[in-house]
Design a binder for this molecule. Sequence first.
Ligand SMILES: CCCCCCCCCC(=O)SCCNC(=O)CCNC(=O)[C@H](O)C(C)(C)COP(=O)(O)OP(=O)(O)OC[C@H]1O[C@@H](n2cnc3c(N)ncnc32)[C@H](O)[C@@H]1OP(=O)(O)O
Length: 194
Amino acid sequence: MSGRTTALTPPADAGPPVRHPEAPAPGEVIGAHYENCFGCGAGVPHGLHLEVRAGEGVAVTAEFRVKEAHQGAPGLAHGGVLATALDETLGSLNWLTRVIAVTGRLETDFLLPVPVDSVLYLEAEAVAVHHRKIYCTATGRLGGPEGPVAVRADAVFIEVKVEHFINHGRPAEINAALADPDQVKVVRAFEVNP
Ligand SMILES: CCCCCCCCCC(=O)SCCNC(=O)CCNC(=O)[C@H](O)C(C)(C)COP(=O)(O)OP(=O)(O)OC[C@H]1O[C@@H](n2cnc3c(N)ncnc32)[C@H](O)[C@@H]1OP(=O)(O)O
């Protein structure tokens, strides 16, 4: 047994998440972190194409229109795709803290079926930080930002260095990303600390 603590509830000595002074302003669209990302990249035809906006504090909002390619049951979104939408929205909180973090644990509740062509109004918020762990939560609503909650998630993201991607990614994609000035700009944004 490892001694890892993977609970989704922050420990008593966890601190509040801190918004980076150079975080995008509330309402500002946060661009894709990677052209070929299934969640946000424009280069993936059947991807989710999430458009995420910075919110107040350490929070973001996003919209996801469910397309035919996202079906599980006839006419309804696949649960895994909905979990991906929640995961991607939560991952975008990185832009507000300027900390690179990857999903360690994601627990999802599916409360309502989500039809093809509907728009899921997503919201994610970081709630606490304990060393490398960022505790966060997300909801996806139907019919509008105040509509009923169809899906929700609690998650723990773990802070990593940029080497995480360089060491574990496929060399072809890593080399292409490092040769792309826009992608290098994305990485540099995370090197600026307050
Ligand atoms: C440029 C921006 C890019 C942003 C991308 C966003 C995309 C959307 C989000 C994603 O989908 S990311 C992709 C899915 N996630 C992964 O691929 C992560 C795969 N897992 C790993 O690489 C490693 O397991 C991980 C880096 C998460 C942790 O390994 P480490 O060896 O660095 O962690 P370590 O074992 O030292 O544990 C550090 C702390 O994290 C905790 N921890 C580790 N794994 C955990 C886990 N799975 N769940 C909860 N907590 C976890 C661990 O308990 C410990 O806390 P405590 O010290 O309090 O005990």
